[in-house]
Each structure stands twice: as C-alpha cells, then as structure tokens.
Design a protein around this ligand. Sequence first.
Ligand code: HEC
Length: 160
Amino acid sequence: MPCHGKDGVSEQPTVPSIGGQWNDYVVLALFQFRNGHRPSEIMGPIAKPLSDNDLGNLAKYYESLKPWAPSRHSSSAALAAGPALTQQKNCVQCHAPGLPGQQSIPRIAGQHIDYLTAQLRGFRAGTRGDIDGNMSAAVKDLTDADIAILADYISGLSTP
Ligand code: HEC
C-alpha cells in the first residue's frame, strides 16, 4: 500500500503509519471504514470490497511489522505540559504508559502530528467514528490549545 508507506511507515503527514499497529485495532478500523461508521472518502471505497478474511489478513500483516519511529521532536512547551495532560485526561490508562496502545486501542506514540490533530478534533466534533464513545468522552473538554500540546507531545514519543 503506497499511501501508508514502505513497511507501513507513512511519509505523508495526514496519512497514519500503521506498521506494527495492533491487529485488533486494524480490524476495527477497517470494519468501521467498510460499514461507513468511520466516514472517509479515501478509505471507504478501499475497504468496501474487502471480506472479513481480507480484514484479518491485512491486520495480521501490519501487526507483524516493526512499529514506526517518530519523525519529529516535540517542542519544549509540549514536553513540559504533555505528560501531565495525558495523565489528567486518562490517555495513558487506555493507550498505556508511553502510549503504545494495546489490543483494540491504537498505538499513537510517534504518529504524525497532523494526523493526530485531525483525529482529536474529529472525535471532539463527532465526525470521526468512535467504536465505544470512549474517545469522544476523553476529548470533549479539550481546548484547541490542549489538542495542539497533545499532538505535539505524542508525535515525538518514541516507545518500543
Ligand atoms: C477509555 C479509553 C480511552 C481513553 C481514556 C483515551 N483513548 Fe484514545 N482511543 C481509545 C480507543 C478505543 C480508540 C479507537 C477508537 C475507534 O477508532 O473507534 C482510540 C483512538 C485514539 C486516537 C486515534 C488513533 C488512530 O490511529 O486513528 C487518538 C489520536 C487517541 N485515541 C488519542 C487519545 C488521547 C490524546 C487521549 C487522552 C486525551 C485518549 N486517546 C484517551 C481509547 C481511549
């Protein structure tokens, strides 16, 4: 898949890296793209013709790859404010300390800053599919400034 880059490491800021992403989350994401619960002009048509088997095979393949590394360094402001914010807002409880994710909760450490910003705004606006409502609840009180700090901080995190 050229969009998500070689070995699932995307070079396009609005396209997520998915190499090393968790099997359960990739299945979940493809499932939501396929049924339109997570609307996307790009991923919708790609996922539509996929069978359940295809979803499983793609997810297995991406999980088998080495997780991506961050492509930037966080600003010093984000390094100062980010850790407390991810504690207060429980990001670390679900996405685990260091934000590597687990099972159906995606790896977000080192993800592209533009992609992270767009997802957090999308969850807040209700325009990004959210399987269980947990993300919409987690971000509903975030200001634009909070989102900027979180995306800046998380995009620079290097977590094995
Ligand atoms: C109660 C558990 C929970 C909490 C708390 C939580 N998340 Fe999530 N997060 C999830 C789940 C589950 C998903 C997948 C949702 C989906 O795609 O339907 C997700 C998805 C995301 C995504 C999208 C990643 C991608 O690859 O598209 C981002 C970014 C994210 N979370 C960041 C955060 C941040 C930042 C916080 C803290 C402000 C946070 N999350 C708090 C469970 C949680």
